[in-house]
Design a protein around this ligand. Structure first.
Ligand code: G4P
Length: 189
């Protein structure tokens, strides 16, 4: 997606060979117009897949997921990383290990929001090692729903996630694919 690549070039900050900072438009301050275009692009790519629900994970997946939900006209569910006081029973859960943060989280979604009749599009902001997307796919599968695909805003192709997900036969649609963050700049695939 050209608009997104241009924005990453203009406003993204390469913090290291592995980390791209995009908190001026994606995961702290959010640019609603860019998110809207991202939603339109996800909706275009999954227009013929009979998507009935979108599933994402808090917090930075929510903005692009909501915009995709708006344009596909389907509800959006986000997995919680912390147990909510009101979300006490009937949970679907999965463990996510973050290599970046070196910690494990249990994420959860209320069972009542995903059923076996659902065709689900999973959306997230970053694809690094693929652990969050795999955990979301596990939850969707546990609900006996179908995973139509995984939509990613920024894929860091030099980390293992995209390959792991594609090996598991998931359709991965990434709007920007970064081949390298070496020498302080993002190089797109
Ligand atoms: P994985 O799910 O693909 O295995 O990713 P990983 O554990 O490595 O990522 C942990 C967190 O770090 C995730 O956010 C992910 O979006 C974020 N992240 C990974 N690589 C980058 C990067 O290059 N730049 C930025 N800005 N973030 C990155 P999170 O902890 O769930 O945070 P949030 O969704 O609440 O913002």
């Amino acid at each position: 997606m050209k608009l997104l690549e241009e924005r990453i070039k203009k406003d993204g900050k390469v913090l290291s060979e592995a980390i791209l900072k995009v908190d001026s438009f994606l995961n702290h301050q959010i640019d609603p117009q860019l998110m809207n275009e991202i939603g339109i692009e996800f909706a275009r790519r999954f227009a013929n897949d009979s998507i009935s629900k979108i599933v994402t994970i808090e917090s930075s997946g929510i903005a692009p997921a909501v915009m995709a939900g708006l344009h596909l006209n389907v509800p959006v569910i986000f997995a919680r990383k912390q147990k909510s006081l009101t979300l006490v029973d009937h949970l679907l859960t999965a463990k996510v290990y973050s290599f970046t943060k070196q910690e494990s989280n249990e994420i959860s979604i209320a069972k009542k929001y995903i059923s076996e009749n659902d065709t689900v599009l999973i959306i997230d902001d970053f694809l690094a090692n693929g652990q969050a997307a795999l955990a979301l796919a596990k939850i969707v599968t546990e609900a006996k729903a179908n995973v139509a695909g995984i939509g990613i805003v920024i894929e860091k192709s030099f980390q293992g996630g995209a390959e792991i997900l594609r090996k598991e036969n998931y359709r991965v649609e990434s709007l920007a694919q970064i081949a390298s963050l070496a020498d302080g700049k993002a190089v797109f695939k």
